[in-house]
Every structure is written in structure tokens, then in C-alpha cells.
Design a protein around this ligand. Structure first.
Ligand SMILES: [Zn+2]
Ligand SMILES: [Zn+2]
Length: 264
């Protein structure tokens, strides 16, 4: 029996461009028949939701705020019997690396990830047991000034991004093939009502992120193409109920450590 996993998705607690909290994103994927997902919110060099006053806090607090969408998603996943893995989308000058196989603790331990060149970041992730996939390498948009490729730093290339134009995806495929880089795909979804049903289809259950890497290397992933037929009607004001990260949701000991005393 094949399994389906989302490899590229956002939550409103981690990503400023997402309107849907982690738990709701997971509930929707579960209803669509997925077995699991990787939460890949925009980290601090990208369109993160940890901004404004939140961005001025200590590094550990910022990382914990960044992870609230994932925590929320994982909790819902546990209730449903749906696998939720941690990930992130790391950006420098709008070039983005999806990152898997690392943990929130890895980020807490490495404040230098706030600002690293992409090749050095990839090396640090590799040293800590993780891997990186170049997200939509040929996307063109106002926020992307330059197309930059790192064929010797990445473990995979996203050759099918449901939010991309087909020509950008076919260039990504051409790039990956010419260097022999393993390939994958993802939805890049940001809102519960509009999930294009992308991601990967596997013949075996993913027990850990390294299973994903292995299947990618073995060429055993089937990439799901976009299908918007199951979209729901867009809510009247999708941003009205958006949940953003909050220091009030920090674990008690963390709150006490950085802000002293009881929670507000
Ligand atoms: Zn986004
Ligand atoms: Zn993304």
C-alpha cells in the first residue's frame, strides 16, 4: 500500500505568509489521505513569523517561538496517528534550502544559523546528521533577484513544486539530471483550504527523516503532481483567526528562565 507525505508546507506560527496554524494543517492533510508530513516553516532569514518585538528576544526564545507551529502540528499528529517530522526552510537572499533530519535543539545550539552562507549552512547540517533540498531553484519572483545553484552542497533538488510554473519545474529537473542530484517534490502549501495534494508517494512507511533521504537517493520516490480538485472554498477573511507565535505559549521553565516569574 503506498503512503503519501507532504515535504514542503508552512504554518502560521512559523511563517508570516501562512494563515493556518499547524494543527489545522495536519488535520487537513489527514483528511486528504496523507500518512505524514514535514513542517518546513520559513526560518529567520526568510519570511518568518517571528518578527517585530518577537525577533528581539534571546536566541533560544526565538527558536522556540519558531517551532510552535511544528509543536502544534505534532500534537495533532499524535492524536490522529499521523507522522509529523521537523524541518525548516532556510533562506539567504531568497535562495532557499529545505532542511530535514535536524531538531529544534540543533537550532538552539547553533545561533550562528541566524546568518550563514548557504554552503556553510549545508555543511553544518550535514555534520549534525541532517540534509538539505534546494527548494524551487528556478522560481522567478519579485523577491528573488538571482538564481543561484549549489550542486555540490545539496542532497536533493525539488524538481516539482506545486506553487511553481511548469517551466521553473522543468528547469529544476534539467539541473538535477545534469548533475545527477537526487530529486523530490512538494506542495509548498500555506493555507488549509488550498492544498494542491503534492509531495511524495512511497511504498514504505517513513519512520524517520533518513528514510526520506534514502528513498530519494535510491530513486524510489514518486512525486505527486498538483491537483486542486479537493480545494475547499476560501474563507471570507482567512487572516482573521490566524495564530501567531506567542511567548505565553512557551514552556513554564523557559518562560521563567528568560522573563522571570510566572507567565502573564
Ligand atoms: Zn511562504
Ligand atoms: Zn516554502
Amino acid at each position: 500500500m503506498p503512503y503519501k507525505y507532504e515535504t514542503h508546507m508552512h504554518t502560521s506560527q512559523g511563517s508570516d505568509c501562512s494563515s493556518t496554524p499547524g494543527a489545522e494543517m495536519v488535520r487537513r492533510l489527514y483528511d486528504l489521505g496523507y500518512s505524514g508530513c514535514f513542517i518546513t516553516d520559513h526560518f529567520f532569514g526568510g519570511n518568518t513569523a517571528v518578527r517585530g518585538e518577537l525577533a528581539s528576544y534571546d536566541w533560544e526564545v526565538r527558536v522556540r517561538l519558531f517551532c510552535q507551529g511544528y509543536e502544534d502540528a505534532r500534537e495533532m499528529g499524535e492524536k490522529l496517528g499521523f507522522k509529523v517530522f521537523f524541518g525548516l526552510e532556510y533562506a539567504r537572499s531568497a535562495t532557499e534550502f529545505l532542511t530535514y533530519g535536524v531538531t529544534p535543539e540543533f537550532l538552539i545550539d547553533h545561533p550562528e544559523t541566524a546568518d550563514m552562507p548557504l554552503d556553510r549552512y549545508a555543511a553544518l547540517v550535514h555534520d549534525n546528521g541532517g540534509f538539505v533540498v534546494h527548494a524551487h531553484p528556478f522560481r522567478e519572483a519579485d523577491y528573488i533577484r538571482t538564481i543561484r545553484l549549489f550542486p555540490h552542497a545539496v542532497d536533493g533538488v525539488e524538481i516539482y513544486n506545486c506553487n511553481n510554473r511548469d517551466e521553473y519545474n522543468s528547469r529544476a529537473k534539467w539541473y538535477a539530471e545534469s548533475y545527477g542530484i537526487p530529486v523530490t517534490g512538494g506542495s509548498d502549501s500555506h493555507h488549509f483550504w488550498c492544498h494542491p495534494c503534492g509531495g511524495i508517494i512511497t511504498e514504505e512507511r517513513l519512520e524517520s527523516p533518513s528514510d526520506y533521504l534514502r528513498l530519494m537517493r535510491e530513486g524510489k520516490l514518486k512525486i505527486a503532481e498538483r491537483d486542486h480538485s479537493k480545494d475547499l472554498p476560501e474563507p471570507q477573511n482567512p487572516w482573521a483567526q490566524t495564530v501567531r507565535p506567542s511567548i505565553d505559549r512557551l514552556p513554564k521553565e523557559v518562560y521563567g528562565k528568560f522573563f522571570g516569574g510566572e507567565k502573564r
